[in-house]
Write a protein that binds this ligand. Structure first.
Ligand code: LLP
Length: 403
């Protein structure tokens, strides 16, 4: 979006403010079908990245399906009109209660541990399931978001395939899908191909004769830093289709190929606009105070993630190094350290870019500051898709929840 548009919306709705560009979301979703030309491709949006219903509705209208990880995510999607067949529930350390709750809603389960598979089989013999394996490849832009390999809690080890088969047989389950997710923000496409090849090596008809789909998870990376190059997803799509086509020939059936990206679809659509209210020169170190903080955008503090920042209201100022901080009572409340920016003045609007994925959705109200409003800009119009609570509303909610 143009800088002037962002400033206009910031003035209209107040800051801090999340803005999402609906055109980018749809473009990213749709272009995946041009990149990966497998005729039976299905894209499940990982709604953990951003669960705003304005965004979910936009994607629903574009026929997207959804990767679900909690009962509330399932209920929300059903509430806004997704049908259960278009949702896959990836169960991660769920309780018995949650298992029954989601089963009642009619979602297919993606199960990633032998103990849960056993419990699921006992509770619902004769059901269909998807099995999540650990692809045994370590990849992802930060250690906290690498999902494969020995040290993570996710997926069943591929060496345990015989154990899986035993449980499947005992409870007469039908395995209709296999799944893996290697990590988030994977820069090395070879690692994705390796994960695919690993999973496909056990996806044989003699192990799983009833497969309808294979789901290779999310993790598709987009550039966050201006110097980062965009991955050639056209080439990626070609290689993936080739791997999958060879597999299907051996398997004897053209299966559905699934991915479940979160970041790829929404990251670049999002902006967090903050306003500068304080300025310090600590013996030459320039410290800028803004009206947001890490509970509203935690990725820099939590993953040391880079979010590009621009000074919307003084783009031509003299470049200097700044620490861009928030309004939270913690030293680590820093969006960027020693960042080169055009002169930052009190009152300037700054934008943190690529704030569409895992920003609002990972937010909280630490220090009792309500999460910002969210605006969806689509077809030339701004829609307020979630309103910030006033301080009074926030306190009322706390009092209500605690009484
Ligand atoms: N599928 C599964 C099973 C997942 O666990 C995830 C993400 C995805 C799909 C979507 O991954 P994506 O395409 O968005 O990379 N909060 C972190 C990212 C956590 C990812 C968790 N799982 C961040 O801000 O970088």
């Amino acid at each position: 979006m143009k800088q002037e548009q962002l400033v206009e919306l910031a003035k209209e709705y107040g800051t801090p403010l999340y803005i999402y560009d609906g055109n980018i979301i749809l473009q990213r979703y749709k272009e995946l079908f041009n990149f990966i030309k497998w005729p039976k491709l299905e894209i499940f949006y990982a709604m953990k990245a951003n669960y705003n219903i304005g965004i979910l509705r936009l994607l629903k209208d574009a026929d997207a399906k959804v990767d679900i990880v909690s009962p509330a995510e399932a209920i929300l999607c059903l509430e806004i009109g997704f049908s259960p067949e278009n949702l896959l529930f990836t169960a991660n350390n769920i309780t018995e209660k949650e298992m029954h709750e989601v089963h009642k809603l009619g979602l297919l389960f993606n199960i990633g541990s032998l103990s849960r598979l056993e419990k699921y089989g006992k509770a619902f013999p004769g059901s269909k399931v998807c099995i999540r394996f650990n692809p045994d490849v370590v990849a992802g832009s930060h250690v906290n978001i690498q999902t494969g390999g020995n040290i993570t809690k996710f997926g069943i080890l591929m060496q345990d395939v015989q154990e899986v088969k035993k449980i499947i047989q005992s409870y007469n389950l039908t395995v209709v899908g296999l799944h893996e997710h290697t990590g988030s923000g994977i820069a090395e496409t070879e690692k994705v191909y390796q994960s695919m090849t690993n999973l496909l090596s056990i996806a044989k008809a003699e192990n799983f004769p009833d497969l309808e789909f294979i789901d290779f998870g999310g993790g598709l990376k987009v550039p966050y830093h201006p110097d980062e190059r965009r991955i050639d997803y056209l080439k990626f799509g070609e290689i993936i289709s080739e791997i999958f086509s060879d597999f299907c020939k051996n398997y004897g059936k053209k299966l559905v190929l699934r991915f479940e990206p979160g970041k790829y679809i929404v990251t670049e659509s999002g902006y967090l606009i903050v306003q500068v209210n304080t300025f310090k020169n600590n013996r030459g170190r320039l410290i800028v105070g803004t009206n947001s903080g890490f509970p509203q955008l935690i990725r820099p503090s939590f993953y040391n993630a880079y979010h590009h920042i621009a000074n919307l209201t003084n783009p031509d100022g003299e470049m200097q190094k700044y620490d861009i901080c928030g309004n939270i009572c913690e030293t680590g409340d820093v969006f960027a350290s020693q960042r080169d920016l055009p002169e930052v003045r009190i009152g300037d609007y700054l934008v943190l870019e690529n704030a569409g994925a895992y920003c609002y959705s990972m937010g909280g109200i630490y220090n009792l500051r309500a999460m910002p409003s969210e605006v969806l800009f689509y077809k030339g119009k701004a829609h307020l898709i979630r309103k910030q609570l006033t301080n009074e509303e926030l306190v009322k909610q706390i009092l209500q929840d605690s009484s």
